[in-house]
Design a protein around this ligand. Structure first.
Ligand code: DNO
Length: 395
């Protein structure tokens, strides 16, 4: 059965390791959140956190994330220097006995949602992505040149309507949701203290002027080839997180969105240390993705699983679904991973805000009660699937 892990944001997290131990969590997914992007993770700091986690009877199962700097992605002049630092951090993690590394290769934005508290009929709330609101942010707030060409006439008509009604507070909320609250805590480019996030964001986007998907692929291959010797030496399992959502946005190149992309990536660097974070939720938000089919195809190159699901509406908007429903088909995914790669670490993700979570100021998508419920649901599914599997074997 998959290992039950939980994303924990370090000693400052309001959700403590003592709480996690009580709800059946076995492994911790975390990062050195106080080390700025691009700086070396020292063995001393890694061991300090690892020992703290172990003092609760838990283990540090996965690093999420060891962030890849923008300059490595767009191929800036200091990329080799940054890759060397990345290799040192990887080797230090290997020495400390932490071998699974989740990272992403998304330019600028780590993930995107327009609403962090979309109300559900039962009184809980979920994360939501609205194409119209995203288009509003792009065309009216960011004022990205040529943005209109990326949206359908229907979406642009909605933007026009919104323009009549939107207050400065509405605009502020969109900026907060899209580029601040979803980014800062994942060691993103923009933090809560930045005074003019939109201006910073614009200059970040410009770093990618002229960077085509082909160029980004070339840079990703360059990065992976450069780190593979260290991964071989220390048995480091690199697992790329798919682009969330798995769509083209803001004119940026995005190259981990579908079967063809993943296929390219696995073959471009065929070393098994170049693997995948199977984020069922991210993949499910693209109607082009058949999530169980992708799991069947890539289970053997998967080193980490994010179990969550979404519902996609006819206009393309999507909302996080219950862990027992939605497009990801978590029940089938548990069957697939049980038979193909049974001991992978797994964490639930992006669960609703419920029962007071909304007052706790948790990082967007990382509630306590919502995730605890989701973990209980997934744990139940895994137990049934395990029983099915054992029964099959004895038939
Ligand atoms: C969002 C997460 C992402 C993910 C990174 C991995 O909730 O799924 O922030 O951790 O993209 O690098």
């Amino acid at each position: 059965m998959m290992e039950k892990t939980w994303r924990w944001f370090g000693r400052k997290d309001k959700i403590t390791l003592d709480m996690l131990r009580q709800i059946g969590v076995e492994g911790i997914v975390t990062a050195l959140h106080d080390v700025p992007n691009g700086e070396i993770w020292t063995l001393e700091k890694i061991l300090d956190l690892k020992q703290y986690i172990e003092s609760f009877g838990l283990r540090w199962s996965v690093v999420e994330s060891l962030p890849v700097c923008e300059s490595i992605k767009y191929g800036g002049p200091d990329r080799d220097e940054l890759i060397e630092k990345y290799k040192i951090s990887l080797a230090n993690l290997g020495r400390a006995g932490v071998h699974t590394i989740c990272y992403n290769f998304m330019p600028v934005l780590d993930w995107a949602r327009t609403d962090l508290t979309h109300p559900n009929p039962d009184g809980t709330s979920s994360l939501y992505f609205s194409h119209a609101e995203f288009a509003y942010f792009d065309c009216e707030i960011l004022k990205r040149s040529g943005a209109e060409q990326d949206y359908t006439p229907e979406t642009l008509a909605l933007v026009k309507e919104m323009k009549k009604k939107f207050t400065p507070e509405d605009e502020h909320r969109l900026v907060e949701n899209i580029i601040v609250k979803t980014q800062g805590f994942v060691n993103g480019n923009i933090t809560e203290d930045d005074e003019n996030p939109v201006a910073i964001f614009r200059s970040l986007l410009h770093l990618y002027d002229g960077i085509t998907p082909e160029k980004l692929r070339e840079n990703m291959k360059y990065f992976l080839e450069a780190i593979m010797p260290v991964c071989d030496e220390w048995d480091m399992r690199m697992c790329v997180h798919p682009d969330d959502p798995p769509l083209q946005i803001l004119g940026l190149p995005r190259i981990v969105t579908n079967d063809a992309d993943i296929d390219w990536l696995m073959n471009a660097v065929p070393n098994p240390h170049n693997g995948l974070t199977f984020c069922a939720g991210s993949l499910s938000a693209g109607l082009h993705n058949d999530v169980p089919a992708l799991a069947r195809k890539y289970a053997k190159r998967t080193w980490f699983v994010h179990l969550r699901s979404t519902n996609v509406f006819p206009n393309g908007d999507f909302k996080e679904a219950s862990h027992l429903a939605g497009r990801a088909d978590i029940i089938e995914l548990c069957r697939i991973f049980r038979s193909e790669n049974p001991t992978l670490p797994m964490r639930v993700d992006h669960a609703p805000l419920m029962l007071g979570d909304e007052r706790m100021g948790y990082n967007a998508g990382y509630s306590f009660h919502g995730r605890m419920l989701a973990l209980g649901q997934v744990e139940g599914v895994m137990a049934v699937v395990d029983r099915e599997f054992e029964e099959q074997l004895t038939k």
